[in-house]
Design a binder for this molecule. Sequence first.
Ligand code: GLN
Length: 444
Amino acid sequence: QFIAHRQQVEGDIHAFLSVNDEEALKQAAAVDAKIAAGEKIAALAGIPGAIKDNIVIRGQKCTAASRMLENWTSPYDAGVIERLEANDYVSVGKTNMDEFAMGSSTENSYFGPSMNPWNTEYVPGGSSGGSAAAVAAGEAVWALGSDTGGSIRQPASFCGLVGLKPTYGLVSRYGLIAFSSSLDQIGPITRDVTDAAIVLNAIAGHDERDSTSIPMEKADYTEALVNDVKGMKIGVPEEFFGKGIKPETREAIEKAIAFFKEAGAEIVPVSIPHIKSGVSVYYIIAPAEASSNLARYDGVSYGFRAPGDNIVDMYINTRTQGFGKEVKRRIMLGNYVLSAGYYDAYYKKALKVRRLLKEDFDRAYEQCDVLIAPSASGTAFKFGAFSDPLSLYMEDICTVPVNLAGLPSISIPAGFHNGLPLGMQIIGPALGEKKILRAAYTFE
Ligand code: GLN
């Protein structure tokens, strides 16, 4: 049924970079066989899910939407894929994204953008735009995305969905194509909060192959799905509601605040002063780490190779032709801030401000359980709306502080404007997934 629906709508949406119907039908048949044999089936059994194309699946192409990996096939499964398999999942395909997850609209995909199912003149957000478009268009029930600076939450917000960025270290990144290793996290994009908890249950947990993975007991996140916020303290950080935030977004969140008050939560004004530096810090740290992570694509070990008269020419030609414009911009920025003479002035300073930002969040959580904030300045924008990269970077103001502080955050639908969905975030302290799920579930 899902394959047939995809065949009808995919021409307008372009959510997928590759599909593997044969494999999907085999996975579905295996679930049927289990049921017929009276065996117990797992929570995701037979439920079609889509996987962002920077998460590897054995024997399948994984491109990160880059020419560099256009014909690269993974020899192994990511940690999250192993866990999903243990949950009897069905994979309906690999989803489109901005190249190497750098972007906010899927316009940086080497294979062309995805469209927003609510109105195809608009972007679905990014970088996990294909994952969000697939779920919003009914081509999958749930999807995995990755979030380095908002790439799960912002597309979820633009497509009227729920997107959860887990605490740094909760979900294994083994087999996630690295962008910025101190920020990257994998998480679910779903239609509702219950589904987000179910998918998180499947993918969360310790993995010793990811050295940043937190060793901890497995939790059941569905326990947090209670319709009650009585006594909960919800912080409203004034810095998230600055000039750039559109009036319709502000209004939607004010309504949400009124709802929470009515439901018995206590609303607490808080301050996180270093949010104002979030974008500056992010666009030093993320490109710095990216320039290092992407050094491996040299035409020797992975994917694309362009010919050259000698090895240096081969490197240069491979990287010139294999990477798109935005990826090159980040590599150059990263090499610049890491170079001798600038390292202290930019990179080291950014690390210090990152620490101050984290301490701001810690102080805020002394006064409240969760924070409420916009997911983006407004609704989805039209294709080509941002001609200069800097103004598009500024759009990440609501999401990047959360990654810099390593916190969990869920984006949930909060309203509509001109027929397009608007989202808001509920941000928790480290490992506060249950708190944000509870608040989100009560609001939904
Ligand atoms: N929009 C941000 C960027 O371009 C976030 C990307 C992400 O989270 N992968 O870097």
